[in-house]
Each structure stands twice: as C-alpha cells, then as structure tokens.
Design a protein around this ligand. Structure first.
Ligand SMILES: NC(=O)c1ccc[n+]([C@@H]2O[C@H](COP(=O)([O-])OP(=O)(O)OC[C@H]3O[C@@H](n4cnc5c(N)ncnc54)[C@H](O)[C@@H]3O)[C@@H](O)[C@H]2O)c1
Length: 732
C-alpha cells in the first residue's frame, strides 16, 4: 500500500472523525514532542493511567507527530522514550483486539495502522527507542521500526512479542522486522514462545544495540542521537554472520522452518493455530519485499483473531486482569501487608512455599521437628534457586541474599511478630490442630494463620484457636514454584481481613488466587477426583494408559490422567479419593485398584513405578501390572467416548460446586482448572468448554452414560436446569 503524506492526511481525517475529539485530546496529552537542540524527544506518558498502550487514537497521534518531525528540518535525530516508571509500552489495547475478534476490523484497517510504523521506519533522520520497563507486543514493534534501540539493564525491562499467547501474531510488522533484525532462528524462537528478554539478553540476541543503567538511559540515548544526527546513519539489517549460519547454508532455512514446526506440533498437538500461522507467514515473506510481507501479516492476523482459540486465550487474559483488580472480598477491608512470615513443615510443600516467599522479598522462618527435616527444606529451596542460577536468571550474590532470608528453626523462636504463618505439615487433623493451638499461645493477635491442607476442613482446624476469624486456607499446588494457582479457603468463621490478606499476598508472590468456601476437596481436587476415578475405570475396561493419556493430551491437557496419577502419587491420590468418597458418597467411590496399586508400594513416579514404569525420565507400560489387575486390552471404547467420560464428570461436579455457592462466580472454576491443572487453555477453561459443547448435549450424553455405566454419571440438578432452560454456564 503506497503511503504518501497526502494520502495519510486524508486517512487521518477519516480516522479522527471516527474517534471522538476527547479521545484524541487524551492521545495529544499522552504523546508529546519536545525539542532539545537538534534532537526530537517523543515522550509517551499515557494521561491519567499507569500503562502506555497503543490504542488507535495513540497510533494516530504518533502518526501526526512523525509527520511533524518529518516536516521540521531542525530535528536531526529522534529519541522515543516513556515517562512511566516501569513501563515502556505495555502493548496494543486488548479491548481493540476484542473488537477485531468480533470481526469489526478488517485487514485494511490494520494495514493503515501498520503504515504508522512504516512511516517511522522511513523517516529520513535516524530514530532510536530508549527502552526501560515492560516493552510488549506493539511496543516492541514500534521499537523494531526505529533504526536503533537502547535498553536499560534494570530487571523491569522486559522485551517481548507475546501475541502468540493470545492466539494471534504480531500484526504491526513484528513478523517482518524481527526476523530481519535478529535472523530466522532467534526470531522464530521469540515470536513462537512469546518469551521476554531483559536488556542484557536482548542485546545478546541483537534485538537492542546498547544497554545502559536506568539512571543514565535518557542521557546516553540523547548523546547517541547527537552522534547519529552528525553521521546521519540510518539502520541496516546487519546481523552477525554467526547468527545466520544455518539460514545461509543451502536448504538451511527449510531445516529451521521444519524444526520449528515439529516443535510446535510436539508441544501444542496442533491445537493452536497461531504458531503454525506464524511459521507460514514468515516462511512466505522472509527475504521478500516488506510491504508485501506486511500485507500477508495483516491478513493472517485478521484470520487468527476470529478463531475460537484466540477468543478463548483473550478470555483468559481478561480473567487474569480481573484477578489483578480483585481483592478477594466484596467489602472495603484492605488486606494486611506481609513483611515477615513463617512456614511450618519443611517438606515438599513447605520448602517450596519458603522458597517462593523469600524469592519475592519476604523474610521467612521455616520450622520443622528436626534439623534434618529443616535441612531438606533448605535443599529443596536451594535446588529451585540453583536452576535459576544455571539459567542465568539470577546472580550468585542474589542467591546468597535470598537464601539468607530463609531462617531455619525447630522451635517457635522468632514467631512473636509475624504477619503470616502458613502451616504445611503432614495431612493429619490431629497434628494440625495441635500446631494451631500452640501457635495461638505464641504468635501476636495480628498474625494471620493459614493452612496448606488439601483435604481437611478449615473450620475444623480453626476450632483449635481462640479467635477462629484469623484462620484461613492457603492451598498451593505442587510444585509450588511452577503452579500458578492458590485456593484461598474461607472457613465458616474466617474474617474478610484474613481472606483479603492472603488473597493480596498470593498475588504479590506472583500467584493467581481464587476464593473458595470450605468444603471437601475445595474446587480443583474435587473436580479432579471423579476425573481420576474415571480414568481408572476406563483402564480397568481395557483402555491402555498410553492411549488414554494421548487422547487427553490431544484434547489439550498438559498430561493425561494416568500420567497425572503417577505424578501426584498413588498414595496421595488414594487418600484424597477416600476423603471425597466419604464426603460425597457413591458418585465419588474410587475403584479399589487405586488402593491395590498403592499398597504394592507402586506409588508413582517418586518410587520408580506406579501404573507406569518410570526410568530415566521416561515412562513405559507394565504388562505385568495390567494382567495382575485382570485388564485385557480393548479398543472398543472410542476416543470420543474417552473424552466425554473424563470431561463430563468434571463438568457435572463443577456444576454442583456452583450450585452449592462455593465460589463467587463461574469464572473462578475456569481460573482454578486452568491455573491449577493446566486445563486446555485454548478451550477457555472447563466451563467455557462445556458451554461450547452445550449443557443440553452434555446432559443427554450423561443420561446415556448413567444408563450404561452407573449412577456416577447422573447429571446434577443444576446441569439439568441449564439444559431445560436452554441456558449456559456463562451469560455471555
Ligand atoms: N504434596 C502435595 O502435592 C500437596 C499439594 C497441596 C497441599 N499439600 C498439603 O501440604 C501439606 C504438606 O504436604 P507435603 O507433601 O509437603 O508433606 P511432606 O511429608 O513432604 O512434609 C511434611 C513436613 O512436615 C513436618 N512435620 C510433621 N509434623 C510436624 C510438626 N509438628 N511441626 C513441624 N513440622 C512437622 C515433617 O517433618 C515434614 O518435613 C499437607 O497438608 C498436604 O495435604 C500437599
């Protein structure tokens, strides 16, 4: 698309007419041009907001400023800089992407916005982006359209093209300029994973040219701009030869594309259209004319943005944004700040929780019954930090500081002035109650007392203290450093303040919390219970473990149910299944095979064998076990039936949880299942999936399953009601 200044001015008039004047005046306040001698400084400081975003009015304003700069012959070089403390540009405005998802924006409109960056790229003067803080998506694409980039070396600087995580691709030139700048291999890695780079790593891959301490970033940028004004040197795409070694050998490019595709298929099982489309676009356009490339990119973007997968991923993004604003309670009470905490129990969970707290800056005392046990907790924490060190995500001196924040103890010394205690000892009501009553006489009356129990009643535990209002569940998932979910459990007496405190702190340490009322299994384990039971029933009916796991991976689960059982441990799974059976009766009755396998000492991955045999990180089927359980291989059950049996029992249980009012809203279930189990994100969560299938169709399938396999499939009343009234879980 040929863009002259004149045609731009016309386009601008049309655009401006579309947007109300006040929106444009906000953009005028947010993006300003300042002249320092012969250097233009374009300041981005989104009016009355925390983050700079590239909304359409802001893009128009940018265009206006680029045209002004173009016409002002006294400006000989340009620096683009943000005035926000930790954000360069947070990306495009997601609500506009949603408009696109509704099919309201065409690829022509997108190309007009692309042209803003093309105009920047074609300015006759040298241009330079000075990046400090989050530089995401459109922000990175703007920086890529500049001739040069200088970034701060501060940890807040994170540069990424994360569009793939929303099921789309970078649509403002990212698929064109990134590969040209850093070469095929590195750009594919960045665009396909959406990973972010700090200043140093960005310099290493050639994404930025220089780095500077944040305090002198602006000064260095302006000084560099002055040099560039003299030399008038525009950029050339000069990647180091060694970065393009493979792509330069005959056939090398195809090898790179092939490998990228294989990796994508391996990881996504073909469930995500965006990464495949990204490869296709780059393959088609790399090395060709950029204007044509932009056209292909725009077309691909508009195709992707209307896919159900992208809608689901954008939906999840919104869920996360909502959690960020949520306080966990309806009232106005604020959560208390946590400066000092303690963890009781230095086992698998306690060690992980102590590691997490200290990594996020909290001093934490870690108590166990013996120094040996405390040492194990230290070791577990150190192992996680060590991995970060090896990946160069942490410096050795930082490691020492963080480890120092964890103080081991075998008694209650130092427990008087704590803001929070998290108990993570063995799963025994008696032991836990004893610990809570000890704590009651030691800690100050302001300390919030949390338990990480996965199956015991918070209300029951809270009876051990004089003031049960301060007792709350803080249920982390294993492994703590990797699993994003925390269930915040409200007991009958728990105060708003305790809930708000733990909710807020969970977010501070980087987790995604949901609030759940105290009931057996809370949300995630309760929904997983019937799923894992059903997996064992299917196994006993002759569906091989490998096949079942493959079917569910293809469905979108991060691992299949049998692999999950082995990962969790058969002993742990058996224990939870009995708690659930006792609480909910017949429909949760676990197949006796779970106990039988566990009793043989086949506890899963941790003992080298469970349902599978595990060795060297690989699993294989054990025909001996299968024949011992009397299982004969059968292929009569179709993949479709496997999926239905395994997922509909979860939907049914989730419907009961909603009916019992255990969560505040439908979305909490999806947040719980996505962040607690990795439930197929491209399906938008368990209940979005149920809505896509349709509650009426699920109910009729459940009726058939109940007839053929037993009452555990009987659709609950709530689900039946949805079906009868032709409603869905979500209103929209
Ligand atoms: N492992 C999981 O996957 C998982 C997930 C979520 C929640 N949980 C819950 O977390 C808690 C801990 O589980 P875990 O897997 O870390 O167990 P674990 O067996 O690895 O660790 C328990 C630790 O508690 C210590 N301990 C026992 N009695 C104690 C006492 N009186 N004072 C201080 N320390 C004591 C033990 O020495 C041990 O180090 C349980 O309530 C469990 O239900 C576990």
């Amino acid at each position: 698309m040929e863009m002259t200044k004149e045609s731009f001015k016309k386009e601008m008039a049309v655009f401006k007419a579309e947007f109300k004047e006040d929106l444009f005046s906000v953009a005028e306040k947010s993006l300003t041009l300042e002249k320092r001698g012969n250097i233009g400084i374009l300041n981005f400081d989104q009016y009355q907001e925390k983050a700079n975003k590239l909304s359409t009015p802001n893009m128009l304003r940018l265009m206006e400023l680029f045209m002004t700069i173009d016409e002002d012959k006294t400006i000989e070089a340009l620096v683009i800089i943000s005035r926000k403390p930790t954000i360069f540009i947070a990306g495009a405005d997601i609500s506009e992407i949603q408009r696109m998802a509704r099919g309201e924006v065409t690829s022509e409109t997108l190309m007009k916005l692309q042209a803003v960056f093309t105009y920047l790229e074609n300015l006759s003067i040298p241009t330079l982006a000075a990046i400090h803080g989050a530089c995401m998506g459109g922000g990175t694409e703007l920086a890529l359209a500049c001739d040069y980039r200088i970034a701060s070396d501060a940890p807040e600087t994170k540069i990424a093209l994360p569009e793939v995580l929303l099921g789309v691709l970078p649509g403002w030139g990212g698929t064109q300029r990134m590969p040209r700048l850093v070469g095929l291999e590195k750009s594919l890695d960045l665009i396909l994973t959406g990973k972010s780079l700090d200043g140093k790593r960005a310099k290493k891959v050639g994404l930025v040219d220089k780095i500077a301490p944040v305090e002198s970033l602006e000064q260095k940028a302006v000084a560099w701009a002055q040099e560039l004004a003299k030399s008038k040197k525009k950029r050339t795409y000069e990647t180091h030869f060694k970065d393009r070694l493979l792509e330069n050998v005959p056939g090398g490019k195809w090898v790179i594309f092939d490998q990228a595709k294989k990796q994508v298929m391996n990881q996504s099982k073909g469930n995500y259209p965006a990464p495949l489309k990204i490869i296709e676009v780059i393959k088609k356009t790399y090395g060709g004319d950029i204007n044509n490339g932009l056209k292909v990119e725009a077309k691909a973007f508009t195709e992707l943005v209307t896919t159900p997968e992208s809608k689901a991923l954008i939906g999840i993004f919104y869920l996360q944004e909502k959690v960020k604003k949520d306080k966990g309670i309806e009232g106005k009470i604020a959560g208390k700040e946590i400066k000092r905490a303690a963890v009781i129990g230095a086992g698998v969970m306690g060690g992980g929780i102590a590691q997490l707290f200290s990594a996020k800056g909290t001093r934490v005392r870690m108590k166990d019954i013996s120094w040996d046990a405390v040492a194990k907790g230290y070791k577990a924490a150190y192992k996680i930090f060590r991995k970060l060190l090896d990946k160069k995500r942490m410096k050795p001196n930082e490691l020492a500081n963080i480890m120092e924040r964890i103080e081991g103890t075998v008694d209650y010394s130092g427990f008087k002035d704590l803001d929070l205690v998290v108990e993570a000892v063995v799963e025994s009501l008696e032991v836990k109650k004893k610990i809570f009553s000890e704590l009651d006489s030691i800690v100050s009356s302001n300390t919030v007392l949390a338990t990480n129990t996965s199956s015991l009643s918070i209300t029951e535990i809270s009876k051990a203290v004089k003031d049960p209002k301060r007792v709350v569940g803080m249920h982390f998932f294993n492994p703590v450093d990797k699993m994003p979910l925390v269930e915040v459990i409200r007991g009958q007496e728990t105060s708003d303040e305790a809930v708000a405190t733990v909710f807020q702190y969970a977010k501070k340490v980087g987790k995604t919390p949901i609030v759940v009322k105290d009931a057996p299994g809370f949300v995630v384990n309760r929904i997983l219970g019937p799923y894992l039971n059903e997996a064992v029933y299917l196994l006993l009916e002759g569906v091989s473990p490998t096949r079942m796991d493959q079917v569910m991976e293809k469905f979108g689960m991060p691992m299949g149910p049998i692999a999950l059982l082995d990962e969790v441990g058969l002993d742990v799974a058996a224990k939870v299944s009995h708690v659930l059976h006792q609480a909910f009766g017949e429909r949760m009755k676990p197949p006796t095979a779970i106990d039988r396998v566990a009793q043989e000492g086949r506890l899963g991955k941790k003992s080298g064998k469970g349902i599978y045999l595990h060795s060297d990180g690989k699993r294989s089927e054990d025909s001996e076990l299968l024949s011992k359980l009397g299982i004969k291989s059968s292929k009569e059950i179709s993949d479709d039936e496997i999926v239905k049996r395994l997922t509909y029992v979860m939907v049914n249980e989730a419907a009961r949880i909603l009916d019992e009012g255990l969560v505040r809203e439908v979305a909490d279930i999806d947040v719980g299942m996505i962040f607690g189990t990795g439930f197929a994100p491209f399906r938008g969560g368990l209940l979005r999936y149920a809505d896509a299938v349709g509650p009426d169709s699920i109910v009729s399938d459940l009726d058939v399953l109940a007839r053929d396999h037993g009452t555990r499939f009987e659709p609950c009343q709530f689900l039946q009601q949805l079906s009868v009234e032709n409603r869905k879980f979500y209103q929209n």
